[in-house]
Design a protein around this ligand. Structure first.
Ligand code: G3H
Length: 541
């Protein structure tokens, strides 16, 4: 691809995907969902601007693509009250429904969600600049996640549909919900990562207050109706607006039982401290990460370059699992850099709807300026941008920059860049990357590129006690979603996977009785006459 020409014409042409992903007019989200009602908002709205810019005379502007309600504390408290009422201290319709009935509701929701696929994919592209392929993948992966969650719940329920008898005690053990879950997902996977907590929390009998991410809000428009149709009133409630205004006050009430938050550890700390009852609040958090890749001198170069490109630049490096630091053995560093730079040059850049596009405009405000500062800081401390066009900015577009040699004095060494900047540290002793990982505040994943099984084995044994996933000759990633996803230190709290998420939003709860004739008769009657949804041996077929 002719990068120079492509950069020169970035945003110059009239925006027109001229296909099914065109956005004909702004999406004005007027309603929010509280207590089963779609209430029309009469107050102020927050404007949504796309990372895609358009030419206005002699300058460029981020295209205005819609607006959503800027709710106040009052509406947020109403949403919380609706959730509390629906939960009814665990006696509400939703928490006492049978598992099969809850599954039916989620299936109905899924049906409605599938109907909205084209709209949601289009909005993912326009709101956060994700390429069409990745936006479709995000949608499909979320659908698969919901289906897998339903199957995992059936299995969990089957395991719980029997009594345990031990030392003269008979007991039935199930997983019971926490209560009100506040769900907040990240902008980079606004649908998928939100639903990987919201759906498991919901299907297990919790009720939800849900705030869409700061970017990636409008895509939820059709889903409000779907929530309304599929679930009893008050089971899912939405709050829109500025986090500090609408979320802080909810935490301060102490009535949130569980916080499901994917975002920065800084925000998570604020939210947790706002809650007056730290032991009541159960947190499932997916936070910061700076996953390193260690490229040893015997690495398969083609493979290491290919996986490094995927790891550092998929969705412009805006993945919590992205490889954000490369340690490359100094003996192969020149060749690696040359091949990595050539690989970047081959990547298509442009608008999200362009075929095979890999690098697209960035949605966060001031992001290109922040990345430029990161690069300038590295240059001041002795690094160079070693790839052609690296760091070139066109409005919201930032051409990937490979920084070399990076050292501990640079911000790029310490902070999570969450964007297309690739810091490379040369090393001669393996202690250099190991020391980095040990000293880091993050502890999510690492990738090792090496052919020698003996060295891999030694490294694995050292690294598994520092991070939660060691990838061998493969980029860092979350999926497949049946695998545990978590992190040490500031990177996470709790573990998510299809089955782990069902556990994360529930607590093992049991009914126990001494094994005597009276108790046996009581339990027999409860079972025979189907008197309880907890004490039940019904088996989901
Ligand atoms: O942003 C964090 C995501 O969970 C990453 O998921 O590794 O499958 O892209 P992924």
């Amino acid at each position: 691809m002719d990068v120079r020409a492509k950069l020169a014409q970035m945003f110059q042409e009239v925006i027109d995907p001229s296909d099914q992903y065109a956005l004909r007019e702004p999406v004005i989200q007027k309603e929010y969902l509280v207590n089963g009602e779609l209430r029309e908002w009469q107050g102020d709205f927050l404007e949504v601007r796309s990372p895609i810019c358009e030419k206005k005379g002699d300058h460029f502007e981020r295209k205005r693509i819609g607006a959503f309600p800027q709710l106040t504390e009052k509406e947020a408290q109403e949403a919380l009250q609706a959730a509390v009422d629906a939960y009814q201290n665990g006696c509400g319709v939703w928490p006492t429904m049978t598992v099969e009935e809850r599954i039916e509701c989620v299936e109905q929701f899924l049906f409605e969600m599938l109907e909205a696929k084209q709209f949601i994919v289009t909005m993912i592209m326009w709101e956060i600049g994700k390429s069409v392929d990745d936006a479709v993948t995000e949608f499909d992966r979320t659908v698969a996640y919901i289906r897998d969650t339903i199957e995992a719940l059936k299995e969990l329920d089957r395991q719980s549909s029997r009594f345990v008898k031990e030392s003269g005690i008979m007991a039935q053990i199930r997983r019971a919900p926490f209560g009100v879950v506040l769900c907040m997902g990240p902008f980079n996977y606004p649908l998928n990562e939100t639903f990987t907590t919201l759906i498991p929390a919901l299907i297990m009998g919790n009720v939800i207050v849900f705030k869409p991410p700061k970017l990636g809000v409008l895509l939820y428009q059709p889903l409000l109706k779907a929530f309304q149709k599929a679930f009893p009133a008050g089971v899912v409630n939405t709050v829109y607006g500025r986090g500090a205004k609408v979320v802080g006050p909810l935490m301060e009430t102490g009535r949130i039982d569980s916080l499901a938050f994917i975002g920065t550890s800084k925000v998570a700390d604020v939210l947790k401290h706002q809650h007056p009852k730290p032991h009541r609040l159960k947190c499932i958090l997916g936070l910061d990460a700076k996953n390193p890749a260690i490229i040893m001198e015997d690495a398969d170069m083609d493979l290491a370059v290919r996986e490094s490109l995927l790891g550092t630049l998929s969705f412009n490096g805006q993945r919590c699992t992205a490889i954000k630091m490369l340690f490359v053995h100094q003996s192969i560093a020149p060749e690696f850099i040359q091949r990595l730079s050539a690989g970047i040059r081959e990547m298509n850049i442009g608008m999200p709807w362009e075929p095979e596009v890999k690098i697209t405009p960035l949605p966060e405000n001031n992001k290109t300026a922040d990345l430029t500062k990161l690069v300038e800081d590295a240059l001041r401390h002795g690094a160079q941008v070693v790839n052609e066009f690296g760091g070139t900015v066109k409005e919201t577009f930032f051409y990937p920059a490979v920084l070399f040699p990076v050292n501990e004095h640079m911000k790029a060494y310490q902070v999570e860049q969450f964007g297309p900047v690739i810091p490379i540290v040369p090393f001669s002793e393996i202690e250099t990357p190991l020391h980095y990982i040990i000293e880091s505040n993050f502890g999510q994943q690492v990738s090792i590129f090496c052919r020698d099984p003996y060295r891999i084995a030694t490294l694995v044994d050292q690294l598994v006690n520092q991070v939660c996933r060691v990838n061998i000759n493969s980029q860092c990633q979350r999926g497949p979603d049946i695998l545990p996803f978590n992190g040490r230190k500031d990177s996470a709290e709790g573990t998510l996977s299809v089955s782990d998420a069902l556990r994360a939003f529930t607590i093992r709860t049991l009914v126990a009785a001494k094994e005597n004739n009276t108790n046996k008769e009581i339990i027999r009657t409860i079972l025979k006459d189907d008197l309880s949804s907890f004490i039940s041996t019904d088996f989901i077929l």
